[in-house]
Write a protein that binds this ligand. Structure first.
Ligand code: SIN
Length: 282
């Protein structure tokens, strides 16, 4: 049996969610300003656990959500998604019986098609279906560590194109965003990136945005990407989070992927999402 990490903190309570990935965080009220010493522990836990689930929360006012996000760095504005009126940094996640899509239904790291993909994402859910609507996360450090040495050697030197036109075009038309209103960025990133804070290596490919490995033929690229997608989505690297109203999840896009499950139609699910600017993957 794997020993779970213990709570190392004085000002927050971090309860590990699974041996590799995730922690539930208790003892923090995100609807108010978080004191500096408590914030330092949250930041440490974010680097240790990759995704934090803040429990026992009240609804966080949009201004406070933006303010808390900015403590980790400047905020990222989504190139295509509908934003909250008066709050361009807030992406409203919303699915109803009339929606044609729910956001994030396939494995991805948020907006990995940007030159500088977001460091992390904070999502609070305000309207939850009676059951379902879970979010899955996959540990991309563990996925890299789980490759054999010859495949590590192969992918260590490779870069891949991340595109978004096939995802974003027409996607949000039912929410008032025409193709003229949006950007569809694309960028080339290393397949293996090193986390700027932890120094750990992780795989940085996902089936939503990663379309081609540079320097390989199309058939070689398709085969290697299919192998990497299947590997990174292995059940051993995953967790599945069941939301309670007003839970806030904060995930590190540099070392985990996520996927939202739309199993609750025709019920409604709604939340507010803030992303923090990242740097160019290295
Ligand atoms: C996303 O940000 O990709 C959606 C996550 C979710 O709705 O759970």
């Amino acid at each position: 049996m794997v020993a779970l990490k213990t709570n190392d903190y004085q000002l927050i309570d971090a309860k590990p969610f699974a041996p590799n990935l995730g922690a539930e965080i208790y003892g923090v009220d995100l609807s108010r300003d978080v004191p500096d010493d408590q914030f330092a522990e949250i930041r440490d836990a974010f680097h240790k656990y990759q995704v934090l689930f803040f429990k026992d929360q009240k609804e966080i006012p949009p201004e406070q959500h933006v303010k808390f996000g900015k403590r980790f760095g400047p905020l990222h504005v989504h190139p295509a998604a509908p934003t909250m009126s008066g709050h361009p940094e807030i992406f409203e996640i919303h699915a109803t019986k009339d929606s044609k899509i729910a956001n994030g239904e396939f494995w991805h790291s948020d907006v990995s098609c940007d030159e500088k993909p977001p460091l992390g994402t904070m999502l609070q859910i305000h309207i939850a279906p009676p059951c379902g609507g879970d979010t899955m996360f996959s540990d991309m450090y563990a996925a890299y560590d789980g490759l054999s040495d010859p495949i590590k050697t192969l992918v260590d030197g490779l870069s891949a194109l991340h595109s978004s036109e096939h995802i974003y075009k027409g996607r949000y038309s039912d929410r008032g965003k025409t193709d003229a209103d949006i950007d569809c960025p694309q960028a080339v990133h290393p397949i293996v990136r090193t986390h700027p804070d932890t120094g750990r290596k992780s795989l940085f490919v996902n089936r939503t945005f990663t379309t081609k490995i540079l320097g390989l033929s199309d058939s070689e690229s398709d085969a290697v990407l299919a192998m990497l997608f299947e590997h990174t989505e292995h059940i051993n690297y995953q967790i599945r989070f069941q939301w309670t109203l007003n839970d806030m999840a904060f995930w590190d896009n540099r070392c985990c992927m996520h996927r939202a499950i739309w199993d609750y139609w025709p019920e409604e699910r709604k939340g507010r999402r803030v992303t923090i600017e990242g740097d160019r993957p290295k």
